[in-house]
Design a protein around this ligand. Structure first.
Ligand code: HAM
Length: 414
């Protein structure tokens, strides 16, 4: 079979060195920040009952109708690879005891959506997300948004913007749909045919349409918040005020609607100019999901890690800057020295020093070349002569200097 038959599937990638270094940096710093906000890690299965997703994300959403990888197992059960992390996390929270009702969890891992692959859109991509369960509270929404921004700065990203909106409560929905339809109806004939159809089936989706005629009409229509109840409007105001007191600026975007049905009240997206058409780094919001006889309220977000890395690269932050280098490279001259040096390497590693060595008897020049490539700060060179004298040649790679040292001095230096 040709080797190309063994490539990953279209829209899916291997992630290996040197690129993996930036993934590790992102994950490590995220864990550190999550701990400060007292979120705990949750690891849910990648494969779940299809029903979990159709039920919580909404069975008419694009993700559910067009993008899920679904299969039947040998028992005829309908299963899907998770297209996002909220449904699984909420299922897990709902299955827990009372005290988990206020669970604060984070997750990192692969998600699957069978979309047409393009820049910034993959079929297997990775999310880092959080979910904070608990009754609706605008301050909880603001806290999670603050966490989101804290992560971006911990990763070193500049220039990201938050677009925020409210989609109100289900009780507001009828008034919102009617208000929007009334505003659009007199000029419906100006719209292309598919938009006219949307007008009937899902008028809210017209809000984020890319079509110029639709955009123009929406710009003239009143913002949907005007059709919502006073309570829903006050909720958004408190979110914005709380953010202001946390010194966080957000842009209210009345056209922001999210592609998943579970949202209530606050929704937001983080966008970055360095990303091109797929410019959403992250999406989040408050939601209400029914699992069996439990209703879980919560707020959360998920960042796309691939897009995060692209945005960091646009800011000049690359994997190379995080590639781990050995402190020491050991060069051996002769069989006996090779044997002794393996023992030395082992001792150094047990003492916490990252150390690499050549395990064959290659020429010094070849070994030095490899040492150079690893970026090691120091090289220890030992052959039969050094063994006999009980010394080590220590070369400082940065300065290009070398000298002979004995074991106690070597240990002290390292
Ligand atoms: P989402 O907006 O569907 O929200 O996805 C969140 C992020 O995942 C996007 O902003 C994007 O960065 C990334 N993403 C989505 N699809 C792809 C793809 N095909 N290729 C690369 N990256 C992608 C959710 O998934 C919600 N569960 C977020 C949430 C958590 N809401 C509340 N809690």
């Amino acid at each position: 079979m040709a080797s190309s038959s063994f490539q990953p599937l279209q829209g899916m990638s291997d992630i290996s060195a040197p690129d993996v270094a930036i993934w590790q940096m992102i994950e490590e710093r995220a864990r550190e920040i999550f701990a400060r906000y007292r979120f705990q890690e949750i690891r849910t299965p990648i494969l779940e009952k299809t029903k979990l997703f159709t039920h919580s994300l909404g069975d008419t959403t694009d993700v559910v109708t067009k993008e899920m990888y679904s299969l039947e197992d040998r028992g005829g059960r309908k299963l899907s690879l998770r297209p996002e992390g909220t449904a699984g996390a909420v299922r897990c929270i709902a299955s827990g005891a009372e005290e988990t009702v206020n669970a604060r969890v984070y997750y990192m891992g692969p998600m699957f959506r069978c979309e047409r692959p393009q820049a910034g859109r993959k079929r297997q991509f990775h999310q880092i997300g959080v979910e904070a369960a608990g009754a609706p509270n605008p301050r909880a929404d603001a806290e999670v948004i603050a966490l989101q921004l804290h992560l971006l700065s911990a990763w070193g990203l500049d220039g990201a913007k938050i677009r925020l909106n409210t989609i109100g409560l289900p009780e507001d929905r009828a008034a919102v749909l009617e208000g929007l339809r009334e505003a659009i109806r007199p000029r419906l004939s100006e719209l292309p045919e598919d938009a006219q159809q949307r007008f009937e089936t899902n008028v809210l989706r017209l809000l984020d349409s890319k079509d110029e005629a639709v955009k123009k009409l929406i710009a003239d229509a009143p913002p949907v918040i005007e059709f919502m109840s006073a309570d829903s409007r006050a909720y958004l105001e408190t979110v914005v005020e709380t953010l202001k007191s946390l010194k966080i600026d957000v842009e209210i975007d009345p056209t922001l609607v999210r592609g998943l049905d579970y949202y209530v009240h606050t929704v937001w997206e983080v966008v970055h100019g360095g990303l091109g058409a797929q410019n959403a780094l992250s999406g989040g919001g408050r939601y209400r999901i029914q699992i069996g006889n439990k209703t879980i309220d919560g707020v959360g977000f998920a960042m796309g890690v691939e897009r995060m890395i692209a945005a960091l690269e646009a800011n000049g932050i690359t994997a190379e800057q995080f590639a781990p280098k050995p402190a020491i490279f050991i060069v051996s001259l002769g069989e006996e020295a090779l044997k002794e040096n393996m023992l030395l390497a082992q001792i150094l590693r047990q003492r916490g020093i990252a150390c690499e060595m050549e395990l064959t008897n290659r020429k010094v020049k070849a070994q030095m070349k490899r040492a150079n490539k690893t970026g090691a700060q120091q090289v220890i060179i030992r052959g039969d002569t050094e063994l006999e004298k009980g010394i080590f040649v220590l070369k400082n790679m940065e300065e290009g200097t070398q000298r002979e040292v004995e074991l106690p001095e070597l240990m002290e230096l390292l």
